[in-house]
Design a protein around this ligand. Structure first.
Ligand code: GDP
Length: 201
């Protein structure tokens, strides 16, 4: 899929006030600094569609972008380090939980994970929570340009092991870099195919 058109629509903290759920929607979430804004900008070929870290403003809101007049890309707030202390469930902002659990046109959530790190508790707990609520997600590893192959294989194996402790199989996984654009075509292809299936329903 080529992204010809990407438009900011609105930001808010109430899923009932989000745009009418008349198009398939894909959300992006991850810890602060995981590389979410950079990936959204790389996917959409825009320098500054999503605000990268350090820029104040829309980072604590649900941000809707309309892509090709055909689907919504949603930039969700990063879950921060504060959530590490208690369980994700207890700390997770209510509006975000509501959005993820109740937004009817949310087809899939891209959970961003830093490929440089072994599985982090907060990320694993978040995916666990998604599973408990039957909210579909895929795993997107970021910053793959930043580590060597040995370390990459090591970290990915750790993720597999920890996920397979509770999941029968792993969700689809994407390996990305916003610097060299690794994985961006695969993600857009996934969205395109999922959209086709959605429209055929
Ligand atoms: P966000 O807080 O999740 O939106 O993260 P940002 O997109 O703002 O990225 C956080 C930092 O990581 C910034 O300094 C980015 O330049 C850097 N970064 C993001 N993605 C990549 C990547 O794929 N490769 C490398 N090398 N750096 C990245």
């Amino acid at each position: 899929m080529k992204i010809k058109d990407a438009k900011f629509v609105m930001s808010n903290s109430d899923y009932t006030k989000c745009p009418e759920p008349n198009m398939p929607e894909y959300a992006f979430i991850g810890r602060s600094n995981v590389g979410k804004s950079s990936l959204i900008n790389a996917l959409t070929n825009r320098k500054n569609l999503a605000k990268t870290s350090g820029k104040p403003g829309k980072t604590q809101l649900i941000n809707h972008f309309k892509i090709n007049n055909d689907w919504y890309l949603v930039d969700l707030p990063g879950y921060g380090y504060a959530a590490v202390s208690k369980t994700m469930r207890a700390e997770f902002q209510a509006f975000l939980r509501d959005y993820l659990a109740k937004r009817e046109n949310l087809i899939c959530t891209f959970v961003l994970l830093d490929s440089r790190l072994e599985p982090q508790k907060v990320d694993v707990e978040f995916m666990q929570w998604m599973g408990e609520y039957h909210i579909p997600f895929v795993m997107v590893f970021t910053k793959t340009d930043k580590l060597n192959k040995t370390k990459f294989i090591h970290n990915m194996k750790k993720y597999e092991d920890i996920m397979l402790e509770t999941w029968e199989e792993l969700p689809p996984r994407f390996y990305t870099s916003s610097v060299d654009k690794t994985g961006t075509e695969e993600i857009l292809e996934f969205v395109e195919q999922t959209n086709e299936a959605y429209h055929q329903k």
